[in-house]
Design a protein around this ligand. Structure first.
Ligand SMILES: NC(=O)c1ccc[n+]([C@@H]2O[C@H](COP(=O)([O-])OP(=O)(O)OC[C@H]3O[C@@H](n4cnc5c(N)ncnc54)[C@H](O)[C@@H]3O)[C@@H](O)[C@H]2O)c1
Length: 295
């Protein structure tokens, strides 16, 4: 049985991932600073992984085959800039370093589409749409910068160790309770994000169901040994979180996207997961059109 350690196991994505991995036959160890890891986990250990010693302790205690590193300050501007940058970069370094040194076979690191730089106060124009992994990153705040550093940290360890690494950029993660009306991480409900395009437009109307994101990570973990080391993947829904085509909506909220957005007809999203489909055989199954509970 594959033993998989999930950091940030009490979080929005972590809770879903623990369930998905257990259903896929993994023995899952949950590590988080707070309680909330699902009961399906075989073991749960509270630990602050910004402490390198704690990261080594956790990995030498459990000796996992796989680490999925989700722990982070996950919402931009939810803490001071310095704390967000320091926490997320230390977490990525400590987990990658300890996993590599203790012989973990496979490591997946959570990054973010925000590395691309949309929403920059000085303006942002995409080189092209839909955005894929070749689009240049242009982070402009401490969160997106910390996530780019996390990707670079993952890539650095991929160059110098036997561990297989990859990073995932999940789109705006929607947990099952949020389809039922609970507020999302932005504080708005999904219905509000659909009704007021200026809210979701800031992040280019991207989203993914938490269970789809978890499936993607589960597939990536399986395929990692056969992939080039240090790959980065977007993971998003196959459509946009919008009632109208982004060719119309995006220029209305972000005029600099006008030229590139003409390709986003129908339900096409602004981020493509074509690389994950090509290299992993994964596509998202769920859409807001089928998941949203209209109350
Ligand atoms: N939610 C999204 O829309 C989204 C989008 C793109 C990327 N991501 C990334 O995916 C990952 C998971 O996101 P989420 O939405 O589940 O976030 P979340 O805030 O719900 O969960 C993060 C978890 O990490 C834990 N954590 C924070 N600091 C820690 C530390 N020092 N040691 C141990 N645990 C710590 C928190 O207690 C929390 O349970 C994050 O890395 C986030 O940046 C999330």
């Amino acid at each position: 049985m594959t033993r998989t350690l999930v950091t940030g196991s009490a979080g929005r994505l972590g809770r879903s991932l623990v369930t998905t991995l257990v259903q896929a036959g993994h023995e899952v160890i949950g590590v988080d600073v707070t309680a909330g890891t699902p009961d399906e986990a075989a073991a749960v250990l509270p630990a602050d992984l910004t402490d390198l010693g704690e990261a080594y302790d956790v990995l030498t205690r459990f000796r996992p085959d796989v680490v999925v590193h989700l722990a982070a300050i996950a919402t931009p501007f939810s803490r001071t800039d310095g704390v967000t940058f320091r926490t997320n970069t230390e977490l990525a370094f400590n987990v990658c370093a300890a996993a590599s040194a203790t012989g973990v076979g496979r490591v997946v690191v959570a990054s973010s589409p925000t590395v691309i730089g949309y929403g920059a106060p000085a303006g942002w124009t995409p080189d092209y749409l839909p955005i894929d992994e070749d689009h240049p990153p242009r982070p402009w705040n401490s969160y997106s910068l910390s996530k780019l550093v996390a990707e670079q940290t993952m890539a650095a360890f991929a160059r110098c160790s036997d561990t297989r690494f990859a990073a995932v950029r999940p789109c705006f993660v929607v947990a099952p309770e949020e389809w039922a009306g609970a507020p999302t991480q932005s504080g708005h409900t999904i219905a509000e994000r659909l009704d007021r395009p200026e809210i979701a437009g800031v992040s280019l109307f991207n989203y993914i169901d938490a269970r789809d994101a978890s499936d993607m990570i589960s597939v990536l973990v399986d395929k990692l040994p056969g992939l080039p080391n240090g790959e980065v993947f977007f993971a998003g829904a196959a459509d946009a979180l919008a009632r109208d085509p982004l060719a119309d909506l995006l220029p209305a909220v972000m005029p600099a996207t006008r030229a590139a957005a003409i390709h986003l007809t129908g339900t096409r999203p602004a981020f493509t997961s074509a690389k994950a489909e090509r290299m992993l055989g994964w596509t998202a199954k769920r859409s807001w059109r089928t998941e949203l509970e209209i109350g």
